[in-house]
Design a binder for this molecule. Structure first.
Ligand code: DX5
Ligand code: ZN
Length: 217
């Protein structure tokens, strides 16, 4: 059973509450929230107050992707605002084990993400502690980019690493996921799919989400 996590980065920010309700009715499993600081990635988006506002309009798990430096400073705010999953970047955090412990101490699920050029092995040691692994399949910073095919092999490797732990760890992919490539990404072992432009740029969100599901065997 796969999950679809529409990224609000491609939503209409002037009508965010309505967009969330529409995508919830369209069959979304999670709501993916992209937080960017203009330092770790070359773009600036939103902060914890927006997560708090989203919390008022949906019961769906809020899947918060922190593309920021020094996330330890802000994780308590994101937890308090109502995040369910808090994901940090391996490349942004010097003491990853401590950061994962911080997220868990706040009662939230902890995710760790890696950029396209970071090898799967960077997560070998932390795997025993995490609830979710997020593989970036584009360079983070913007919606609407093309999937980088070289990341597929890494998804296969991470699936094997996760299976070896025997733990229930979700393997999420983020960037360039479309109806025409989700099949091979799922075959590589991913089970949660972020989709920004594929959902929010479509005329009908229900059809867009169904088209993603229909292409997974
Ligand atoms: C990119 C973000 C993604 C982005 C995905 O840095 O982390 O979540 O919104 O957008 P699409 O699905 O359009 O590639
Ligand atoms: Zn994201």
């Amino acid at each position: 059973m796969i999950k679809i996590s529409p990224s609000i980065l491609s939503a209409d920010f002037a009508r965010l509450g309505a967009e969330i309700r529409t995508v919830e009715q369209a069959g979304a499993d999670y709501i993916h929230v992209d937080v960017m600081d203009g330092h770790f990635v070359p773009n600036i988006t939103i902060g914890a107050p927006v997560v708090g506002a989203l919390r008022q309009v949906t019961e769906l798990p809020l899947d918060v992707h922190l593309m920021i430096e020094n996330p330890d400073l802000y994780i308590p705010d994101f937890a308090k605002a109502g995040s369910d999953i808090i994901t940090v970047h391996q490349e942004a955090v010097p003491h990853l084990h401590r950061t994962v412990q911080l997220i868990h101490s706040l009662g939230k699920k902890a995710g760790v993400s890696i950029n396209p050029a970071t090898p799967a092995g960077a997560l070998e040691v932390i795997m025993a502690e995490v609830d979710l692994v997020l593989v970036m399949t584009v360079n983070p910073g913007f919606g609407g980019q093309s999937f980088i095919p070289a990341t597929l092999n890494k998804i296969t490797q991470l699936r094997e690493m996760i299976d070896r732990t025997g733990r229930d760890i979700e393997l999420e992919v983020d960037g360039g996921v479309k109806a025409d490539n989700i099949g091979e990404i799922a075959a590589a072992g991913a089970d949660v799919f972020v989709a920004g432009s594929a959902v929010f740029n479509a005329p009908d969100y229900t059809q867009a989400i169904q088209a993603l599901r229909d292409n997974v065997k």
